[in-house]
Ligand binder design. Structure first.
Ligand code: SAM
Length: 245
């Protein structure tokens, strides 16, 4: 019944996400991927309105049917489509048991909004969540960590084991809370440009590693190399357009 290709893993205990979102009765909530609506109904009970973006028409129909004829119906708006390609309406809080395929673009989309939400409570694959909160020096510290932490305070909320989902995914999950920085705290530089620079760093590193690999020098340490090795290395780097001065 569930299409795991688009990340359909239904949360059996929907409380894990909403306890941490501090919803106010005046809030408009954006939910990404409502599925059958387990989290959606909780949101509707607490907030003014829930706008849910769902890719799968069967799921969109199911969540719509779930509230039909009841008191929550008028508070729910379902948008059928890909959350990454859909223009976000204004909202206060984002809640998502994220389809893991869109984790990275979703975070980038939320953080690059001109008027970002007050907070986002998002469930991710555990490793992705760990990368989001990683600090300099941590093994998982990467471009995602730097970018995301420039624009938001990110805290790990809780781990969620596989057994909490139907069908169980292959990986463990975790909920994080992302609170976008506002006002003077929000960096003034261009998001795309900073990201571009961080990507270049990855590219250069990848290039260097490729050159080392071509020369079968990946495992070598500088103190094991002789003059010929260093000549070969510099020559290969320069040929790749990598310069050190
Ligand atoms: N929120 C439900 C729950 O927790 O039980 C379902 C979560 S399930 C992990 C992810 C949901 O996102 C599925 O219903 C899937 O169809 C939907 N989905 C997948 N890719 C999507 C996308 N690009 N945009 C919007 N929804 C998407």
């Amino acid at each position: 019944k569930f299409n795991t290709n688009v990340g359909q893993h239904i949360l059996k205990n929907p409380g894990v996400a909403d306890e941490y979102s501090y919803l106010k009765p005046t809030d408009i909530v954006l939910e990404i991927g409502p599925g059958t609506g387990n989290i959606t109904t909780r949101i509707l009970e607490k907030a003014r309105k829930c706008i849910a973006i769902e890719l799968d028409p069967r799921m969109a129909a199911e969540v719509t049917k779930r509230v039909q004829g009841g008191p929550l119906q008028k508070k729910l708006e379902v948008l059928l489509g890909d959350a990454i390609k859909t223009e976000f309406p204004p909202f206060d809080v984002c809640i998502s048991n994220t389809p893991y395929q869109i984790s990275s673009p979703l975070v980038f989309k939320l953080l690059s909004m001109p008027n970002p939400p007050r907070t986002a409570v998002l469930m991710f694959q555990k490793e992705f969540a760990q990368r989001l909160v990683a600090r300099p020096g941590d093994t998982l510290y990467c471009r995602l960590s730097v970018n995301a932490q420039f624009f938001a305070r990110i805290t790990h909320v809780l781990k969620v084991g596989k057994a909490n989902f139907r069908p169980p995914p292959q990986v463990e999950s975790a909920v994080v809370r992302i609170t976008p920085k506002t006002g003077a705290e929000r960096p003034k530089f261009n998001f795309a440009e900073m990201d571009g620079m961080l990507r270049v760093d990855e590219l250069v590193r990848a290039k260097v590693l490729r050159v080392l690999d071509q020369l079968e020098m990946t495992e070598r340490r500088a103190r094991q190399c002789d003059e010929t090795d260093f000549m070969k290395l510099l020559d290969a780097m320069n040929t790749e357009g990598i310069h050190f001065s």
